[in-house]
Each structure stands twice: as C-alpha cells, then as structure tokens.
Design a protein around this ligand. Structure first.
Ligand code: G4P
Length: 535
C-alpha cells in the first residue's frame, strides 16, 4: 500500500507543476506582470518586493551596472510559488536583446510561455524573435496584452497583428471594455463574467465590481448604455470570428489564448492566472539523442540550461541551473555527469521561492534546482541516475558581433585560457578557432558582452585581453550533404581563411557578408549552411 501511495504522490507532484517563462520586448511589462503574479499568488505582500531583474535602459553602455544587476538576477532566475495547490515556477528571461541567447536557452527549460505585448506598441521586434523560437519548439503560448489603462491600438487590430506578425492563431479568452481613458473593465470569456476596473486599483488586488452575466441590468447602469452596446457587438464578433478554445490545440501549439489587462493596475492578472493554472501544461517529456524521456519515469534525468557566476570574485563558484525532466532529484545522492562520465553528489542543492532560495531534499520534474559548481558544468550537460542520455535542443545561434581576442599579458596565458573557457561554458559568448592559424575569435549577441568578458577576465581570473576588429557577418554551421564531397573540397580550398571550429569542434563558415554567404551557398549546392548549431 505504501508503495501505491508513494507512486500516487509522485504522479501528483508532477501533475501540479507549471514551469513557464514570460517573454516580451523590453518595457512591455514583463517585470510588472511577474510581480503581480507573485502578488496574486500570495508569494509577496506588496508590489516592489521583488527587485526588478531587468537591465535598465540607462545601463546599456554601463557594464559595471550590469554586473551589479546580474547579482540581483540570480535571485530572480526562478520564482516559485503555490497557487490553488499548483506549484508555479516562473523562469526569468532577460528582455535585453544583448542577452537574447540566455532567453533562448531558458526556453528549452519551460513547458509553456506567456508573451506580454504593449497595447500601444503592438508586436515589437524582440517579441517576434522569441515567439519564433517558441513556435519552432511548439511551446504552448498565452498572450497577455498589457497597459489597457493607456490609449492603444484597437483590440481587433491587435489580434490581427498578433496573427500576422507572430503567426499565432488567437483565441481571446478575455476582452476589454473600452481602453485608455474609457477603459472600464474586462469580460472574462473563459469564466463568462465581468470585472470592472477602478482607475485607482494599483494598491488593491481584485476588481471594484463584478457581474456574473452580461444580461445583468446593473452592468449597463455601471458602464453606460453605449459601452454596453459596443461590448455586445464586439463579443458577437469575437464569437463569430475566432475559434472556440480547444485545450488540445493550445497544448499542441495550434491555438493561442489571448488576455487583456493592465499589470500595473492589477487588472486582468487574476483572470490570466486562474486560467493559466487550469490550462497550462504540466512538465512535458523531452527528447534526447537516445530516446524520449517521460517525466513519470522513476530514474532521474535533468539538464543544465543556465550557469550563473557567483558575484563574489574571491570564490569563483557558480550556480548551475538544472531542469528536472524525470524522476526525483535528491540531496547527497550520486548522479552521473554524462559528459564527464563521473558521479557527482550535491550536499546543498538550492530550490527557489519568490523571495529566497533554500536547500531542498527532493525535487520533482518541472522543478529547477541550483547546484554549486566549481567548473564541472557547461550549458547543455546532462545529469542522470546512470543512463547515458544526451538531451537535444540547446542550440547555439550565430552571434551578431565578432572580434579577435588577444592575450595582453603573456605571463597570464593560462589564466586567460581558463577564463575564456569557463565564460564560454556559461554561455556568455561563443568561441571560434580559425582553422588556418589557430587565432581565437569571440562572437557575441550584443556588443556589450565584450566589455563584460574583459571585465570578468580581469576581476575573476586575473587575466587581461585586447580585442581586434574583424569583419564577419554570420557564423554558419557547415553540413556536407550526401554526394557533396567534391563541393566540400572546393569550398574548403577557396574559403580556407573563413573556416573555424566552434567549441564542440563543429565546422563553421564565417561569412563576411550576406552576399558572400548567398554566393557560396549557390556555388556549392552540396553543402548546407545553418544559422544554428543544431540541424
Ligand atoms: P519589462 O520588464 O517588460 O521591461 O517592463 P516593466 O515591467 O519594467 O514595465 C515597463 C514600464 O511600463 C514601467 O514603467 C511599468 O511601470 C510600466 N507598466 C507596466 N504595466 C503597465 C500597465 O499596465 N499600465 C501602464 N500604464 N504602465 C505599465 P517605467 O516608468 O519604465 O518604470 P517604473 O519606474 O514604473 O518601474
């Protein structure tokens, strides 16, 4: 009997977890929404309790400030709380575009996402990129259209824009009553009720008035005849134009529920959260090179999706974030580090809560544990109970900026190499080694990372480096097609000085312009050039 109860509780533990990320273009309201979800979840008592984890606009050229803020973001990397008996894990995704790669990697560890869109700005560039990554992986997406207290685009136009630009099939599960100055509240399509907005609800949570039916005469009295007529017409249109919500279609990435609200004013957030815990997926299976791993398997398996350097330069230890895919992860139990083929055990794995982290004895699929690491881990590493598993799906994307990195202090070559190695394992940037002469090239998503690397090499490793400009447009991973050997030989000869190896030893073509990439691709049809390392 005990056995049955134990099994039940393991399955229940899995079923009650919701691990997701919130993504948005900077300033759409991701931080505010995160905070309000914690507030509604009872995890914090007042707004402002969780420090903003975003890298402020003013800091774009100030990497010292970024280093300081990185310290804050350790604490907000995972925010967990209980809501209606569900264990919610929110994984932080940096909005700053220079850290987009961090966000892509975090998306490998979420089971669903909420996309925040600013009602006035509509779909912005960063949102498009991030949603594309989610769509590629069929991650279930919910859209939250924020800042309804401000004048913005028409709700139907926005839904159109989301369909056109993001390629989503929208299903409004809430609908605004007016907007900006005339914003009065929300019709909850999901629960079929109405919540009215009180312009001064920032400090309160919950609506100023609610109605269970559109037919309630008090509703018309409250919002006015014109607004009620408009609402009726709009809801008729919603029913005619948009498909009915189908949970399977949402879970398969074929339907995308949309909510409207104002995070700052606590409005529409509860509707979102209540629906989210009902419909969002529990921990999902994950593909590995060997087989698909199901969350309810007894044996433990998990992977590293993020490494955070400790802020204290005197102790060069780091926190490796592991997503648990199957089984349970227990303290002081030896697990196999598959890449190193050695057993490691952890005496103080950290679990994360809204405002603190603490040592945890057992964690379940969907959970994130933080492991103290002195350099054993790199992003993508797998830990298991013993099975040889290599998880798929942590690709590298072509960096946007490239520079030669040179050693500025010949006495510190060892420190420099170690520093570069570890920073690359953390995913701060990518390293390429030129085939021709062995020179090292650092590639980053944003120009900012060059300063961060230089600063950290100096302060954490005692090494100094200089950079040299290099004209590279894109790094493309090279794949030789069947029968493409002759093309490959020709390509290697003519493009020798543009060939490099990435850290995994994969061959990369450093194209100096879009034109040259296009020409090369058409000249050597036996070779395929990929913008990501996983193909
Ligand atoms: P981000 O994490 O996506 O970058 O956005 P964040 O939540 O920091 O929000 C960006 C700005 O938008 C903030 O103002 C925030 O207060 C505001 N905001 C968020 N939700 C709403 C909303 O529903 N309505 C309105 N009107 N504003 C909203 P800020 O002035 O840049 O920062 P702060 O000084 O208020 O923190």
């Amino acid at each position: 009997m005990v056995g049955i109860f134990a099994v039940m509780s393991f399955l229940e533990e899995i079923a009650r977890r919701r691990t997701f990320g919130i993504i948005s273009h900077p300033d759409a309201g991701k931080t505010t929404l995160t905070e309000k979800l914690l507030l509604f979840g009872g995890a914090i008592q007042e707004a402002g309790a969780v420090k903003s984890n975003k890298i402020k606009k003013t800091a774009t050229s100030d990497f010292m400030e970024i280093e300081r803020q990185r310290g804050i973001s350790v604490a907000t990397s995972v925010l967990a709380f209980l809501y209606k008996d569900k264990k919610i894990n929110i994984l932080d995704t940096p909005g700053h575009k220079d850290f987009a790669e961090d966000t892509y990697r975090t998306l490998t560890a979420v089971d669903s996402v909420i996309v925040v869109i600013d009602v006035a700005k509509g779909v912005e560039a960063q949102t498009e990129k991030l949603v594309e990554v989610c769509r590629m992986r069929s991650i279930p997406i919910i859209v939250f259209i924020n800042k309804l207290d401000r004048e913005g685009k028409d709700a139907f136009d926005l839904l159109d824009e989301v369909e056109q630009k993001l390629g989503l099939t929208t299903v409004p599960l809430s609908f605004p009553i007016g907007m900006g100055y005339s914003f009065q509240g929300i019709y909850n399509v999901w629960k079929e009720n109405i919540q009215l907005f009180d312009g001064d609800s920032k400090t309160k949570i919950g609506a100023s008035a609610s109605f269970d039916s559109l037919e309630d005469p008090a509703l018309e009295t409250a919002i006015g005849k014109t607004a009620k007529e408009t609402l009726d017409e709009e809801l008729e249109l919603v029913r005619e134009v948009y498909p009915r919500f189908d949970r399977e279609a949402y879970l398969n990435g074929n339907q995308h529920p949309v909510f409207f609200g104002s995070a700052l004013n606590n409005f529409g957030v509860q509707e979102l959260l209540d629906c989210f815990v009902d419909i969002a997926p529990p921990p999902q299976p994950k593909s590995s090179e060997e087989r698909r791993i199901e969350p309810d398997e007894d044996a433990f398996a998990g992977f590293v999706f993020k490494i955070h350097a400790n802020m204290d330069p005197k102790h060069r230890d780091r926190l490796a974030f592991i997503k648990i895919v199957s089984g349970t992860f227990a303290r002081n139990v030896p697990y196999l580090h598959v890449r190193h083929q050695k057993k490691l055990k952890f005496s103080s794995p950290n679990a994360f809560f809204a405002d603190k982290k603490e040592i945890v004895d057992v964690s379940y699929p969907g959970d994130i544990v933080g492991l103290h690491d002195t350099g054993n881990f790199k992003i993508g590493d797998t830990l298991t109970s013993g099975e040889q598993i290599h998880f798929k799906g942590i690709p590298s994307f072509s960096p946007e900026h490239f520079r030669y990195i040179n050693n500025a202090d010949p006495m510190k070559a060892k420190q420099l190499n170690k520093g570069i190695d570890q920073l690359m394992d953390e995913g701060v940037a990518q390293l390429f080694t030129l085939e021709l002469n062995g020179r090292k090239i650092v590639g980053t998503v944003g120009a900012l990372q060059f300063d961060v690397i230089q600063y950290r090499l100096e302060h954490e490793y005692g090494a100094s480096c200089t950079y040299e400009n290099l004209n590279v447009h894109k790094a493309c991973w090279v794949e030789v097609q069947e029968g493409g050997e002759a093309d490959f030989a020709g390509f290697k000869q003519t493009k020798a000085k543009f060939l490099a190896k990435d850290k995994q030893g994969q061959l990369v073509f450093l194209a100096d312009s879009a034109f040259s990439l296009q020409m090369t691709a058409s000249k050597y049809p036996g070779i395929r050039f990929h913008a990501t390392s996983e193909f």
